[in-house]
Design a protein around this ligand. Sequence first.
Ligand SMILES: C[S@@+](CC[C@H](N)C(=O)[O-])C[C@H]1O[C@@H](n2cnc3c(N)ncnc32)[C@H](O)[C@@H]1O
Length: 262
Amino acid sequence: MKKYLLYEHGVQSPRWQTDYLPQFHTWLTRKTPYLFREDFCGTARIACEWVKQSTRHRALGLDLDPEPLRIARERNLSQLSSIEKARIVLKRQDVRSPTAEPFDMIGAFNFSCFTFLTRVDLLRYFRAVHASLKKPGTLFLEIAGGPGFIEPRHERRNFSVPGIGKVKQIWEQHQYDPITGINDYSIHFGLPDGSWLQDAFQYHWRIWGIPELRDALAEAGFRKSVVLWEQVDDRGKGTGELLPTENAELPESYVAYLVAVK
Ligand SMILES: C[S@@+](CC[C@H](N)C(=O)[O-])C[C@H]1O[C@@H](n2cnc3c(N)ncnc32)[C@H](O)[C@@H]1O
């Protein structure tokens, strides 16, 4: 299905996650992570990138939806060498159930923990992750927020996809409900042949705040959590560098990582 290819080019940058985030795992645990679980893995780009690092690197990708898992196998795992492929497993599984094998590092990217709309569900997920980690082990949550992330807007960008050409992407933010904390988001794509993929991806998310997430992580048994926050230059412009931070000014919008340590 074409929409997953467009999503991978428009939204993801898996090399960034596998190059940058393990450094924080090592800083927090004094260990190199080899066993990685990609939660909500979709087409498992990060898990695929993970196993390329060395013969000791292994990955498990979990997703509930069989469609992106099939595409992951057909398009992404098929591009790995046979020995790399032997080090990756994809499973159709709810991330709210623990896995038998303990992992060094578990990641939930692209705001996927916002899928859980109630605290009961969020805690169930965090407890299942805690039970699936070695000690020490880390959970990396990619999160977003700020007024600019919840107000209605359309963000347009163009990018090129090999074999398809110039693609237009629209990220649409719908109406935020301040009582439930829930907002809907859509991704639409315009193709070079003039066709339009309206609502190619749709999300119904509870926009959890950082203190709420940290409280829930502590309740689930994590011994500490660290916020990786984008640094700003002298003019207040984001530098792209994320560093452990305990206090910050509210930006218009932010993308950050919350790292929980078992
Ligand atoms: C926002 S997409 C993230 C895709 C990919 N991880 C990324 O970073 O771009 C969310 C994915 O989570 C999956 N998902 C939602 N609830 C889940 C659950 N409880 N357990 C496992 N996967 C789930 C969906 O099927 C979907 O593929």
